[in-house]
Design a protein around this ligand. Structure first.
Ligand code: 5AD
Length: 374
């Protein structure tokens, strides 16, 4: 058998080799993997860790994803939608603190009122944020679920900053059977994996930097599934990856299926981040809040294993408790200014720098479009 050292230096990997990486358990091998993934990250992506100030603008949702705490059928959540002014205030705070980019996330809605609300909001954010520090305005990542090509195009146009335009749409799992189990509610199959893929194609057509990802450690998920997830990231041409451990949520519909034991789930999540970095090389990879929820030093560990993006929560305190996708969600108590200090600490510990006032686009996207790095 090939020594792990040699294997990790490869630029291409067979499925079995990726699986071997994902199965790493001993401290010696884990340490080697961490160092290799970290070195590759700084070599390919530079020393910067980029910020995306996350604003959870609404928890109103029309979907019933079984893992999710804000699924429509959970009647124990108080539903909210932040007013336009409040969102603009958050965006302004992000801008003033040097975030460079924000991420706008909400439950999934497709009604015309919502589509227009988002379009107008994007126009306002752009207008407000074109400043000396950021002549093109804030970078925007949207995370608003499956929409039509027309809606994606409308939002892209409204955002006014084609070089800082991104969309996150996780596939959750590339195993169609597992995807189906996660999204079927009795008598009604709302989500189809094929539609997710179509949406990803449409996002590219509409000019977005396209992000996708999966949950790690899902009940019934195998190592082979995760290997295929990474292959799928490549196939759909992902520029960015966001993934994190699956955590149970009392408001969801999967509590009885349990959760992987903490240490196993943590190692698997870090292995998955590192493996994704080794295979995809120059994509942006975000350290998920779920990783921080699983483990207090989760974000640092994520950065040490290949992440180069963090998404500090800058949603106003009042509504944070209502955006619980899973239980005990981390970072519900820190504000935008102190977040910067926290992030500064994190990158210092990880021997990195914060990409302040930078859009921090995916270099994979730079490569495929010929646009300048920003
Ligand atoms: N555990 C971990 N991640 C979750 N998400 C939703 N519910 C959970 C959960 N219980 C993730 C999904 C979704 C993203 C917004 O949050 O992957 O795409």
């Amino acid at each position: 058998m090939k020594a792990l050292d040699d294997l990790l230096a490869q630029t291409e990997f067979t499925d079995e080799e990726v699986a071997r990486i994902l199965r790493i358990r001993t401290p010696e091998e884990a340490d080697l993997l961490q160092r290799r993934a970290y070195d590759l990250t700084t070599r390919e992506m530079g020393p910067n860790v980029y910020l995306r100030g996350l604003i959870e603008i609404s928890n109103v949702c029309t979907a019933n994803c079984r893992y999710c705490g804000i699924r429509k059928a959970n009647h124990n959540v108080e539903r909210y939608t932040l007013p336009r002014e409040t969102i603009l205030e958050c965006a302004r705070l992000a801008l003033e603190n040097g975030y460079g980019s924000i991420a706008i996330q909400a439950g999934e809605r497709r009604d015309p009122k919502w589509v227009t609300f988002i379009g107008e909001l994007l126009r306002d954010i752009h207008e407000m944020s074109c400043t000396e520090a950021l002549p093109q305005g804030l970078g925007i990542t949207l995370s608003l679920g499956e929409q039509s090509l027309e809606v994606y195009e409308y939002w892209a146009e409204a955002s006014g900053n084609p070089d800082g335009l991104r969309y996150l749409l996780r596939i959750e799992s590339s195993n169609p059977e597992l995807f189906h189990r996660l999204h079927c509610t009795p008598g009604k199959h709302e989500k189809v994996l094929e539609h997710r893929y179509e949406a990803l194609v449409n996002l590219r057509k509409a000019g977005y930097q396209v992000g996708t990802g999966v949950m790690i450690g899902l009940p019934g998920q195998t190592i082979e599934d995760l290997v295929q997830d990474i292959r799928t990231f490549e196939k759909v041409g992902a520029d960015m990856i966001g993934m994190g451990p699956y955590l149970t949520s009392l408001g969801a519909d999967m509590v009885s299926l349990g959760q992987m034991p903490h240490d196993d789930l943590l190692q698997l999540s870090l292995n998955m981040i590192a493996a994704t970095r080794l295979v995809l090389r120059n994509v942006n990879i975000a350290a998920a809040t779920a990783l921080e929820t699983l483990e207090p030093r989760g974000r640092i560990m994520g950065i040490l294993h290949g992440c180069n993006v963090v998404m500090p929560n800058i949603t106003p305190q009042m509504t944070r408790a209502s955006y619980q996708l899973y239980d005990n969600k981390a970072g519900t108590e820190v504000g935008a200014e102190s977040n910067i200090l926290v992030e500064n600490d994190i990158v210092r510990i990880a021997h990195r720098t914060l990409g302040l006032n930078r859009l921090g686009s995916s270099l994979r996207w730079v490569e495929r479009t010929g646009r300048p790095a920003n």
